[in-house]
Design a protein around this ligand. Structure first.
Ligand SMILES: C[S@@+](CC[C@H](N)C(=O)[O-])C[C@H]1O[C@@H](n2cnc3c(N)ncnc32)[C@H](O)[C@@H]1O
Length: 330
């Protein structure tokens, strides 16, 4: 599909619909309502949110980051009308501070994290993200990285597989799945999504299999998180974005599974808490929170949005604003 034909299609290239778009724009707007604001889109994808932000704020400069070179190529085409106001960089989001330094900036007014995989990554069968297609077990967002799902599945010790399936997939039958993987790979290397999905299906007790969707979902999620070190990247990138925010600057995070959302909540809560020791007569500046939460708990997409775009169903939105400079910067 050609971006040129899609420019006026709110779904964007390939039918991709930016998740919770109106809410993201609303949350970021006050921070970008100033002369020549700068926003970082740390998960550029197809540039859907980016395009809407650029259209809504005529003097906005957008720094778009994605680790997938295909995402950079496609969004470069889509955002061509805004080429003078964009810097699109292929990088991992935790390199955010270096990316900013590379363009001579230290502070930003807004940041958006739309985590996880993009629709094209899921829909292009050969990338191996989806259990619904038979494809090589790949799952790399950046195909120049070495680690693939195939190497995780065929070389990791059983104990590591159990840990990954339990921690990243929240798979309660992690030991059963890991042991069956070990048994099967001893017979013949596991190289396809179809065979892995069948192994998982066999490992899960029949009574459980009848409920809760495809049993392979949790294993595939766990492998994807391991292959792309997704939580490690977020653990570094979100604090880096918060550090870079100007006063009144805002960050918005869209998470798609409970681990991402929990980590986001932990990072934001730690920054929005007053750490003054109890009983002090005057609050100590060093202990006062630098940030305030803008969302009460995690916000969910509307039923109407989920009906239109089922991939939005698992989205959880959290946001925060810088309300004080760090002590040594003021
Ligand atoms: C859900 S999509 C973003 C969609 C985008 N907001 C839009 O409207 O088109 C997530 C994107 O983030 C990228 N990504 C995931 N983790 C990343 C990371 N740690 N660093 C950089 N890019 C990452 C993926 O390659 C994918 O293109």
């Amino acid at each position: 599909m050609h971006a040129e034909n899609d420019r006026n299609d709110p779904q964007g290239p390939g039918g991709h619909v930016p998740v919770m778009l109106d809410r993201v724009l609303e949350l970021l707007a006050p921070a970008l309502d100033r002369p020549e604001p700068v926003v970082v889109d740390a998960n550029l994808g197809l540039g859907g949110h980016a395009e809407a932000l650029l259209a809504a704020h005529p003097s906005l400069h957008l720094v778009g980051i994605d680790r997938d070179p295909t995402a950079i190529e496609r969004s470069t085409v889509r955002l061509a009308p805004y080429a003078g106001r964009t810097t699109l960089v292929r990088a991992v989001s935790d390199e955010l501070a270096d990316v900013l330094a590379g363009i001579g900036r230290r502070r930003i007014d807004g940041a958006l994290f739309d985590l996880g995989v993009s629709s094209p990554q899921l829909d292009e069968a050969e990338r191996g993200f989806a259990y619904s297609y038979d494809a090589p077990l790949d799952m790399r967002m950046d195909r120049e990285e070495e680690l693939t799902a195939e190497s995780v599945v065929n070389t990791y010790p059983v104990a590591d597989l159990i840990r990954i399936l339990r921690d990243y997939g929240e798979e309660r039958f992690a030991p059963r799945v890991a042991h069956l993987i070990a048994k099967e790979r001893a017979r013949e290397a596991i190289t396809s999504t179809k065979r892995l999905a069948e192994i998982v299906r066999t490992a899960i007790p029949a009574a459980t299999r009848r409920t809760g969707g495809n049993p392979a979902k949790r294993t595939f999620q766990a492998l994807r998180i391991e292959v792309n070190a997704e939580l490690t990247a977020l653990e570094r990138a979100l604090p880096a974005a918060l550090d870079a925010l100007t006063l009144g600057g805002r960050v918005v995070v869209l998470a798609y599974h409970s681990l991402e959302d929990r980590l986001t909540k932990q990072i934001l809560t730690a920054r929005t808490r007053d750490t003054s020791p109890p009983g002090l007569p005057v609050p100590l500046p060093a202990h006062q929170p630098r940030f305030a939460l803008l969302t009460k708990g995690a916000e969910l997409p509307s039923e109407e949005e989920v009906a239109r775009n089922p991939r939005a169903a698992s989205a959880r939105c959290r946001a925060a604003e810088r309300i004080r400079e760090a002590v040594d910067e003021s």
